[in-house]
Design a protein around this ligand. Structure first.
Ligand code: NAP
Ligand code: ZN
Ligand code: ZN
Length: 349
């Protein structure tokens, strides 16, 4: 076994604290990855705090992992020692269902194996995530991170990046379209960068008026404060596509009103409670309310390559592991520009 040092939550109230555990020895198709950085996703917070009702403990969170390959199994063909690689939200899947065969493993009907808060394909071994110094992962679920981009700023691409890239591609957001991005957080700021780079005219729809200058710097041409009734009224019926990244309860009906006829709103944010939807907001104007979940391995690689070409990364605040509990509180308060990333050198200090 390989000794790993990480941070874990012991229950939904405990917060995170040092935790030593074992990783499996690499099998034929595994790579051993020395973790350099791990992003802090709001999903980590939902799960550590038991907000989605499916948490298992102890939990080592973290699914925005960037590191270097230090060893590999003898059957590994895609990676070599020293390669800069990433691991995202899942580390395995059934490999046989229609979704796996077409490269949308996130929808595996056999059940994808989550990077943490899940069990391996044996049905019992718990998975532990990236708030740790080492991970052992099957090469088929490992991504190549382009050299030349800052590895700390690349880490959030593994979840926040692909979660916003995938729906923008799936719904074919294209030049000239009017796109709204709701919530300027970890996901939202990546959504703005991607939508702007695809040529859309981007508006950030935010509760925080103080984020306007950042929104424009990130690529938005307009900024809408969702609590301003006259600005919201003026924007009614004007968007082709809205990407909703909000992590808490909010008024989706008001957002439906912002769509033009046949417009689409895609939820990627996952608040803990159901959101009420008024049927009239959908039927008037034949609007579509949809959802999207991260992205498959092939599309995640496509996104990373695109980021390498275009020089797109996340805006990050790098923290030592010891500041993680404070970082969670700050994220929930919206006090992060725009993603915390843990420097894993700090984990065993
Ligand atoms: P985050 O960094 O905390 O950003 C969320 C943003 O939502 C905040 O910055 C804030 O933006 C806005 N917001 C927060 N509370 C709000 C409220 N009460 N009303 C309206 N707006 C509010 O979180 P994140 O890491 O981007 O994650 C966002 C959500 O996506 C989480 O629920 C997470 O679990 C989920 N997620 C889903 C997927 C998927 O595959 N579908 C993947 C990753 C994460 P403003 O200050 O601009 O209003
Ligand atoms: Zn995430
Ligand atoms: Zn499958």
């Amino acid at each position: 076994m390989i000794k790993a040092q990480g941070y874990a939550a012991q229950n939904a109230q405990s917060g995170l604290a040092p935790f030593a555990f074992d990783r499996r020895d690499p099998g034929d198709h595994d790579v051993v990855i020395q973790i350099l950085y791990c992003g802090v996703c709001h999903s980590d917070i939902h799960q550590v705090r038991g907000e989605w009702g499916n948490s298992t403990f102890p939990m080592v969170p973290g699914h925005e992992i960037v590191g270097r390959v230090t060893r590999k199994g003898k059957g590994v063909t895609k990676f070599r020692e020293g390669d800069l690689v990433g691991v995202g939200c899942f580390v395995d899947s059934c490999r046989e269902c229609g979704s796996c065969k077409e490269g949308t493993e996130q929808f595996c009907t056999g059940g994808m194996v989550l990077t943490y808060n899940g069990v391996e394909r044996d049905g019992k071994t718990p998975t532990f995530g990236g708030y740790s110094d080492v991970i052992v992962t099957d090469e088929n679920y490992v991504l190549r991170v382009p050299e030349g981009i800052d590895p700390a700023a690349a880490a959030p691409l593994l979840c926040a990046g692909i979660t916003t890239y995938s729906p923008l591609r799936h719904w074919k957001v294209s030049p000239g379209q009017r796109v709204g991005v709701v919530g300027l957080g970890g996901l939202g700021h990546m959504g703005v960068k991607f939508a702007a780079s695809f040529g859309a005219e981007v508006t950030v729809i935010s509760t925080s008026a103080r984020k306007e200058a950042d929104a424009r710097r990130l690529g938005a041409s307009q900024f809408l404060v969702s609590s301003d009734p006259s600005a919201m009224a003026k924007a009614m019926g004007s968007f082709d596509f809205i990407l909703d990244t909000v992590s808490a309860m909010h008024d989706v009906n008001a957002l439906l009103g912002l769509l033009r006829r046949d417009g689409t709103i895609v939820l990627v944010g996952a608040p803990e409670k159901p959101l009420p939807i008024a049927a009239f907001g959908l039927v008037m104007g034949r609007k579509t309310l949809a959802g999207s979940l991260i992205g498959g391995i092939a599309e995640t690689q496509e996104m990373l390559d695109y980021c390498g070409e275009k020089g797109i990364t996340s805006d990050v605040e790098v923290i030592p592991m010891q500041q993680i509990n404070e970082a969670y509180d700050r994220t929930v308060k919206g006090d992060v520009r725009y993603r915390f990333v843990i420097d894993m050198k700090s984990v065993s200090v």
